[in-house]
Each structure stands twice: as C-alpha cells, then as structure tokens.
Ligand binder design. Structure first.
Ligand code: DSN
Length: 440
C-alpha cells in the first residue's frame, strides 16, 4: 500500500509544511516548536485537554480551512462544497453510529451536528433551540462545578435567561437531588442542564430525566468533560435520557478543539437551525473533517481500552494524591478527573498551580464546593488523566505522578523546582507524547 493508503485523486498532496512556516515566519514557528517541547517535556494534567493524533492534526492543517460552506451537506449557500460535504457526511454518520444506544426496542437513533465552533457555541445553540429569553433554566452552580454557560451572570446564559442553580451536598459533595427537585418544582424551569466541569462522579441521568418530566422541562446534558468516556463505553451514556447532548471534541474524546451536538431525531431541524443560521455563520470545515477523523478513532476497539485506562489512571492518581495528604472531593472519582482539596496543607489552589508549573507539571487551580477562597485563589486543584493515558502511562506511573505533585505543591520557596522538573522530564521520556520518528 502506498503512503497515501487508498486515497484517490492527485497524488501530489499539499498540506501542513513545517519547513515553509519556519522559513517564512520563524517567530511563529518558534512558538509552535516551543509548545511541542512543553507538551513533550512536562506532565499535562489539565482535565479538559488531551493529545490529538497526527491524523486529526493533518485534517486540521488541510486546505479544507479555505472553504465557505454555510448550510449543511447538500444544502449549502456556496458552490464547490462537494468535498467538504463528504467530510461532514462521514463525520455525521460516524457520530450517529458512535452515540446511538441500544434501547428495549432496538437501536435508538440520534441526530448529530458537527458544526459548533466550541462547547460554549454548542450550548448557545441548545438554548436557542429549546428555550426563550427570560425562561428559567436550572443548572449546576459554577462554584460547585458547573460551567459559565450554565447561568453565570457574565455569560449569555445568565444575562438572557433566568438561571437557577443547584449545588452539591456539604456532607457527600454529590449532587443534591432533593434540592434539584425542590428548585424544579419551585421555579418550573423550561430546561434543566446536567453536566459539569469539575464533578468527579457519575451523574444520575435517569434521576434528572424524572425531575425534568415532572415539571415539563427539556433535559440538556453538557457532556463536554466525559463524552469521550461515553464513546469508549467506560461510563453510562446520557443519550437515552437527554433531549440534547452538547459537548466539546477535544477532551477525553481526543479530537480537534471544537463542539458538537447530539439530539433526538425529532429535534434535528431545531438544533441545526439554532447552530446555522441562528448562532453561527460558515462552519470550520477543516475542524469538521478533523472531528470526523477523531470520531473514526473512537469507533475503533482500542478506544474502549483507552477510555477504561483513563478511568483506572484517574482513580489511581486520586488515590495517590489522597495518600499524599490531599483530600479528593467526594472521596474519589469515577471519571477522568479528580478534584483535590488542599486546605489541610494550607496551600491555595493558585499557589499549587504555580509551584507545579515551575516543576513542569501543568494542572489548574479549581474551586471546591463551599470554597472559602475566591475563584482566582481557590482551595483546590483539578487533575485529569486523559493526556497521560494517551502517552501510555499506567496506574503504577500515577503513583509517581502523585508523589511529584505532592513535592511540588509543598515546595513553597521553589528550591526543589529544578530537581522536580528533571524528575518529570525523566518520567515523561519513558512515555513520550508525540514521539519523534525513529532516527528523527
Ligand atoms: N474550560 C473547560 C474546562 O477546563 O473544564 C470547560 O469549558
């Protein structure tokens, strides 16, 4: 088989050419190389990040970036969309195959929209499709792990709609379903949102569905964080319960930066119109093609192994950090991420983030439930296992990672940063991200 596999057409490929960038614009080439070095040389533990494959990156860097394609496959406002139509059709078919679920009466079909530019854009489109300005929307409080688009006053969601926030219980740090139901009965929301950015546990979608049905609300699941685990069959799917599922494609799912929506087929036209023309113009067809590539990767059996390994590594990391004196919020994790309370160590989340940064460990400060500290200081850190699992680390590596984080977090004067950075480099060298080709 040739290097180009079974690709038809002109054999002269024209795609990302790093040498051309280096020659034409050394300043930006230096940024690109610097970022690759950062990824290769450190530990990437931000729970919302991952390492995309070279195939995804090639689609992103392709000439599909040039094409205007307002509309949907076969119904565009521009000519010349034959090729981008194929990319979007392939991606939609893969998404529909990946996220359809088995119900009591056979496969439950879904509709997919690959055009949202981001998770926030996907959420805006879901609001636009299902609710009216001013409507009450019930979603998780941001400081308890929600998202800006779940009703924060600084976002469209808090300004144009009437947000009502549910929280987690103080004792268990789990979603308080008694409160969710009470708030739903009191405020009669038109939409309930399940999903979070810093909630380490499984979400009971059936319970959310019951409450939504009781008050006649739509159920939207913002699955951005965990959709990759759903795609890999590592955790239960929200699809049987939700009217609409929104997500990003770049977290555990391991695709390009972007958004997507899955919905029940009867909502397809509403969702599609809410994405284009209501809230977006031309889709980013290079990103749509890259999403198709990632969805193809998710359909392979090895993605299930990957998703299971992410959860195993995340649990091992949370356990390791607990053994080092950091308290996992809710007692642990069922997913790709853990939230750690550092109050016992008397170290703020902000200090921990910058101390880890000095040791080449990238993670983020994060509010914990009922956090006494302001968000830019925070009392916790959030860690995720998606990227380290992609680079081949295992549960035993997570013990080493936890020990390195612990030393870094306690390194108040920075005296250990050099030694720690060297230890991090040695660890990641055993599992290189974006490995250099043999002889390269
Ligand atoms: N900013 C993302 C995260 O880190 O969780 C959510 O949008």
């Amino acid at each position: 088989m040739s290097q180009r596999g079974s690709v038809s057409g002109d054999a002269t490929f024209w795609g990302p050419d790093f040498a051309a960038l280096a020659e034409q614009d050394p300043q930006i080439a230096d940024v690109v190389v610097g970022e690759l070095d950062r990824l290769r040389g450190g530990l990437q533990l931000i729970a919302s990040e991952n390492f995309t494959s070279p195939a995804v990156l090639a689609a992103l860097g392709s000439t599909l970036s040039n094409k205007y394609a307002e509309g949907y496959p076969g119904r565009r406002y521009y000519g010349g969309c034959q090729q981008v139509d194929r990319a979007e059709e392939i991606g939609i078919a893969r998404a529909e195959e990946l996220f359809a679920v088995d119900g009591p009466d056979g496969r439950v079909a879904v509709h997919a929209n690959l055009q949202p530019h981001s998770g926030a854009s996907a959420n805006l489109a879901a609001y636009a499709a299902l609710v009216q300005p001013g409507d009450p929307v019930l979603a998780m409080s941001l400081p308890h792990g929600g998202h800006l688009t779940h009703g924060a006053k600084v976002s469209f969601s808090g300004r144009w709609f009437t947000p009502v926030a549910y929280t987690v219980r103080r004792d268990t740090e789990l979603i308080d379903f008694d409160e969710v139901r009470d708030l739903a009965l009191q405020h009669r929301p038109k939409m309930i949102i399940a999903g979070a950015t810093a909630y380490p546990r499984l979400i009971d979608f059936a319970r959310f569905r019951e409450i939504a049905d009781e008050v006649g609300a739509w159920l939207m699941v913002d699955a951005a964080h965990f959709i990759g685990l759903v795609a890999g069959h590592a955790i239960p799917s929200p699809v049987p319960y939700a009217d609409v599922v929104t997500f990003t494609t770049h977290k555990v799912l391991r695709g390009p930066r972007g958004g997507m929506i899955i919905c029940r087929p009867e909502l397809a036209a509403r969702i599609d119109k809410a994405v284009f023309p209501f809230s977006q113009g031309g889709p980013l067809m290079h990103a749509v093609a890259a999403k198709a590539v990632a969805l193809g990767e998710c359909l392979r059996p090895e993605f299930r192994d990957y998703a299971a390994a992410v959860v195993a590594n995340s649990k091992a990391l949370a356990d390791g950090l607990a053994a080092e004196g950091m308290r996992p919020v809710s007692g642990g994790t069922d997913t790709h991420l853990a939230l750690l309370d550092l109050q016992e160590l008397d170290v703020t989340g902000a200090a921990a983030e910058s101390r880890c940064d000095a040791a080449r460990i990238t993670l983020n400060k994060n509010a914990i439930p009922y956090d006494p500290a302001p968000p830019m200081t925070a009392s916790g850190i959030r860690v995720g296992a998606a990227a380290v699992t992609t680079q081949g680390m295992s549960e035993s590596d997570m013990k080493d990672v936890a020990a390195l984080i612990s030393r870094a977090v306690r390194d108040a004067d920075g005296s250990e940063a050099g030694d720690l950075a060297a230890a991090v480099s040695a660890l990641v060298a055993r599992h290189p991200a974006y490995p250099r080709p043999a002889g390269g």
